[in-house]
Design a protein around this ligand. Structure first.
Ligand code: DX5
Ligand code: ZN
Length: 228
């Protein structure tokens, strides 16, 4: 949907002891959005953070807060994530019994609505909710941890989703194992938002973040142009 790749660093790989400063540094280094991975130890085998932490870092930047909920159930908590300052709220299709209702609830809160699919989930589950969506997040790892290897079979799913959405204004976001090597594969297939955790935060300094973001952006923008 966007002509240039949107880079959304996942703070999962940041230094949590100075999270506010890390958000500021990665924004100065070229991040477009901030990706927030919320895990509950139930839907995924890891626990991260929730609305109070998001609220605490909200005043560090005006960039879009892109909230990826890996929690089940999600519906009872949507209001709290909206109040905390999330701009986009994404639920997993596998984690909500009534996906259509969850997406309506997010939009009723005045937020952009996203759905995420695990690598093994077929894209057919979103066929009847396309008009309720602002973003489709395709997982290229099994959710739960940063630093895992990219699953290449999802590239074909990106192509299929791109053709399913037609000319609807829906972002296709990729999450998991994104690096300068894998970014062109998904950008060429139609993805316009790339989440990256370890590939952005490696090096641990603002100078490193500048280089890391530029490397991913350069690789994906080139592939996007070729595909267009
Ligand atoms: C995984 C998370 C991802 C993760 C990406 O469950 O949703 O956002 O942080 O990390 P990397 O880029 O290291 O694969
Ligand atoms: Zn994520």
């Amino acid at each position: 949907m966007s002509e240039k790749t949107i880079i959304a660093p996942s703070v999962l790989s940041a230094d949590f002891s100075r999270l506010g400063g890390e958000v500021e540094a990665v924004c100065r280094a070229g991040a477009d959005w901030i990706h927030l991975d919320v895990m509950d130890g139930h839907f995924v085998p890891n626990i991260t953070f929730g609305p109070p932490v998001i609220k605490a870092i909200r005043n560090r930047t005006d960039k879009v807060f892109d909230c990826h909920l890996m929690i089940a159930p999600a519906d009872p908590f949507l209001g709290a994530f909206a109040d905390a300052g999330c701009d986009i709220i994404t639920v997993h299709a596998e984690a909500t019994t009534h996906l259509d209702r969850s997406l309506q609830a997010i939009r009723d809160l005045g937020k952009k609505a996203g759905v995420s699919l695990n690598p093994s989930t077929p894209e057919s589950v979103i066929e009847y909710v396309l008009d309720r969506l602002d973003l489709i997040l395709l997982m290229t790892v099994n959710p739960g941890f940063g630093g895992q290897a990219f699953i290449p079979s999802v590239v074909e799913k990106v192509r299929r989703v791109k053709s399913m959405i037609g000319n609807r204004p829906i972002h296709i976001e990729i999450d998991g194992g994104v690096t300068p090597e894998t970014a062109p594969l998904v950008a060429a297939a139609g993805a316009d938002v790339l989440v990256a955790g370890s590939a952005v935060f490696k090096g641990g300094s603002e100078e490193a973040y500048v280089r890391n973001i530029a490397a991913i952006r350069g690789a994906s923008d080139g592939a996007m142009k070729k595909a267009a």
